[in-house]
Ligand binder design. Structure first.
Ligand SMILES: [Zn+2]
Length: 239
């Protein structure tokens, strides 16, 4: 398998679409190779079945332009960060050899999301350790980005990706999960506010877009400080 530029890893099969689907689509539009790993099959979801969600996830991956989408098969609502799960995920990371990994937000309402965030970071590190799973060549991604969509408790985003040209396709990918989303007002980190889910997604993306003076955006956090090489070229006007 050829290395990918970006690997998005999330707990459940709809998480990537909701939190970074526009960014994944934009990267594909820019010619980047992308892939998705869902840690669970979503077998604990109250609507639909794991098999149905698998078909929905494959359809959504095509819309997002991902070259591959895998499920790690960890237990839904029971993700743990242990040497065993780190090695399992590290093996998958070594198969895709990504430069950048997108992880779930560090703070989350769903325990799976919070644990997945730590597990993804730790597995990226472990993937670079030669003594772990020595039968597979090591690979450590350069950077881990954390999603922030639908959350304000993590502080300001480090940056926002302009997804104005990708937003409708992000929504189209989310609509693939009709078996669980249609008529719903909440999902994952999306807090119910009385609006239909699809409207909340649109308004949240519009909010983050407004922070960078764009129509739609997706927010991210990095623990590292961002480097600037030319301050004269900085965007997002102060006034
Ligand atoms: Zn989730």
């Amino acid at each position: 398998m050829q290395p990918v530029d970006i690997l998005a890893i999330a707990a459940h099969r709809d998480d990537v679409e909701l939190t970074c689907g526009g960014t994944m689509r934009r990267a594909a539009d820019q010619g980047r190779r992308t892939a998705i790993i869902d840690l669970t099959q979503g077998e604990m979801g109250t609507r639909g079945s794991a098999a149905l969600r698998g078909a929905e996830a494959s359809q959504a991956a095509v819309i997002l332009g991902a070259e591959a989408r895998e499920t790690l098969g960890l237990p839904d609502a029971g993700i743990v960060n242990t040497p065993e799960t780190r090695e399992l995920l590290a093996r998958a990371i070594r198969r895709f050899r990504p430069r950048v990994v997108i992880a779930p937000a560090q703070q989350s309402r769903h325990p799976d999301h919070r644990v997945a965030s730590e597990l993804v970071r730790d597995a990226c590190f472990v993937a670079g350790l030669g003594k772990v799973a020595p039968d597979v060549p090591v690979h450590r991604p350069v950077k881990v980005l954390y999603c922030l969509a639908y959350r304000e408790d993590g502080g300001k985003p480090t940056f926002v990706v302009d997804i104005s040209d990708q937003f409708e396709r992000k929504l189209e990918a989310i609509r693939c999960y009709a078996s669980q989303f249609d008529g719903l007002t909440q999902a994952g980190e999306v807090y119910p506010n009385g609006e239909p889910l699809y409207d909340i997604v649109r308004h949240q993306a519009a909010h983050y877009g407004s922070l960078i003076r764009s129509r739609y955006g997706e927010p991210f956090f990095t623990t590292e400080t961002m480097r600037v090489d030319d301050v004269a070229a900085l965007e997002v006007s102060t006034f």
